[in-house]
Every structure is written in C-alpha cells, then in structure tokens.
Design a protein around this ligand. Structure first.
Ligand code: NAP
Length: 259
C-alpha cells in the first residue's frame, strides 16, 4: 500500500474477470490511493465485474460501456466523472476484440468487416474515449494508458488483424499525446508480454507464442499481470509526469531481441 495516486480518480475500462490486465491495474490504482469506477461490457460480465470491484477500498461505482456504442461511451464517461466528484485523473483503456475466424490462418484472408470490427473495438475506441473524457480530464495533470503488444511493430503469425489494430492503437497514442498535451493530459501505452487472460486464449497458438517469448527474452521468463499493472501505474503516476506519447515495454525485454 502506497500513495502514488492518492486522492486521484480513475475510470478503468476492460475488466472481464480476475485475470484481466485491467483488473490488475485497477487493484494497483486502488492500493495506491485512487478512487475507481469500473465499466462492464454487458450483462454477461456485470456480475463478475461488480463482485471483483466491490473488494476495492476506493470503488466509486460501476457503469455499462460497450465501446462500439457512442451513446454508452458518452453516458458512462459522464456518469464516471459524476461518481468521482466531477473529474477524471486516470483513464485506463484495456479493450480488444477480433472475430475468432480472423485470428490464426493467413492475415491476407481477413475480410473487410472483420478488419473494421477489430480496429474499431481495439483501436478507434481509444479515440472516442479520449475525446469524450477530455472535458473531465483537462487541467488535472491527467493520464490515459492503453495496452498494446509487440505485434504492433513485428509480424506475429496468428495475431493477424489484431497486430494491425495494435499498430493503429500505438499511432493513436502519439496523435492523442500531441492533441491533449496542452490540456495537461498525457497519453501512453504499455506493450505487455503474453499473459494468460481470456482475450489471450482466443489467439490460436498463444501457448507457443508465450513459451517462445519467454525462451528468447533477456529475463528468460514470461511476465505476469502484476508486472504489467506496475508499468501502467508508473505511467498514471506523477513519476511519469514528463512522459507522453510513449510505449513502455513490460515484456521481460523480448522487444530488444533480434532472434
Ligand atoms: P481480457 O480480460 O479478455 O480483456 C479484454 C477486455 O475487452 C474484456 O473486458 C472485454 O469485455 C473487453 N471488450 C471487448 N470488446 C468490447 C467492447 N465492444 N466494449 C467494451 N469492452 C470490450 O484480456 P486482457 O488480456 O486483459 O486484454 C486487455 C488488453 O490487453 C487488450 O487490449 C489486449 O490486447 C491487451 N494485451 C494483452 C496481452 C496478453 O497477453 N493478455 C498482451 C498485450 C496486450 P468482455 O470480456 O465482457 O467482452
């Protein structure tokens, strides 16, 4: 327990269950003194998200948000700001989706609608969230953090359209950093090594991918959700007050290797 984000307010988008990277981040923000609002995508996950969130000391509320629904994004962001006393200091975006048939196989076979769906949910959503949250974040030394993966910049067989979505996401981080910097809002990404979550299980060959990354990483191991959460906490905290438009690798050093 510390006070790195004591008295700060956070909206965390992307908790599905106890393995979610967003849940690890919510717990770290809570342990360091933040008040937290969690969103859930639909009624299917609402119960789990509420059960988890109610264990947080600083939980301020729960709201529905499907990031493809502009009206829900608007009402959830405004609702979160109200629950948090008027302003949002930290926005965590940990959301991704692609159809199962568009992962695995050959990227070249991705149809237009599968491409649009993956990029809309996994990348454009950060734009919509940032734009909607801007009025509640400006002038507060605020931070936006999203989650990326090395497939944004290298071809990872099987990751396919999600790799393109992550490239887009990292580019969005840089453009948002430029737009929102004058408002006192920093925008960064954590590029996480493979962690066994619900979304990860939908990637064909994920176990092999994680094993290969561990064998080739300087630290010779996988990373866990707590390490990813600590990277995100750093970017949300005053320790990173001079950092924006950045991709922070929490991947046991895998990104540094050529083979
Ligand atoms: P996760 O627990 O399955 O989280 C993914 C989240 O995205 C879920 O909460 C899911 O909600 C949500 N989501 C999907 N479509 C949505 C929509 N239309 N509206 C709102 N929420 C939606 O898996 P995770 O691994 O923690 O993923 C979090 C982020 O980390 C993702 O961006 C992922 O690409 C990134 N990442 C993960 C890894 C890894 O190895 N696990 C590595 C690098 C980066 P539902 O489950 O309710 O649909």
């Amino acid at each position: 327990m510390g006070d790195l984000v004591a008295g700060r307010t956070a909206l965390v988008v992307g908790v599905a269950n106890k393995r979610s990277l967003a849940w690890g981040i919510a717990q770290r923000l809570d342990a360091e003194g933040a008040r937290v609002v969690l969103t859930y995508q639909n009624e299917r996950t609402e119960r789990d998200v509420r059960r988890l969130g109610e264990t947080l000391t600083g939980i301020a509320g729960f709201l529905p948000m499907d990031v493809q629904d502009d009206a829900q994004v608007t009402s959830a962001v405004a609702g979160a700001a109200e629950m948090l006393g008027g302003g949002i200091d930290v926005l965590v975006h940990a959301v991704a989706f692609a159809r199962a048939e568009d992962l695995g196989g050959r990227y070249v076979d991705t149809p237009r609608d599968g491409f649009q769906l993956a990029v809309d949910v996994s990348a454009y959503s950060l734009t919509a969230l940032a734009r909607t949250a801007e009025p509640f974040m400006r002038g507060r030394d605020a931070a936006i953090v999203t989650l990326s993966y090395i497939a944004a910049e290298r071809a990872v067989p099987g990751y396919n359209v999600m790799g393109i979505a992550k490239s887009t996401l990292e580019s969005i981080v840089r453009y948002l950093a430029w737009d929102l910097g004058p408002e006192g809002i920093r925008v960064n990404a954590v590029s996480a090594g493979p962690v066994r979550t619900l979304a990860a299980r939908s990637i064909p060959g994920f176990g092999d991918m994680a094993g290969a990354a561990a064998a080739r990483s300087p630290l010779r191991r996988e990373v866990d959700a707590d390490e990813v959460a600590d990277g995100a906490l750093f970017l949300c905290s005053p320790l990173a007050r001079g950092v924006t438009g950045h991709v922070l690798y929490v991947d046991a050093g895998f990104h540094a290797m050529g083979l």
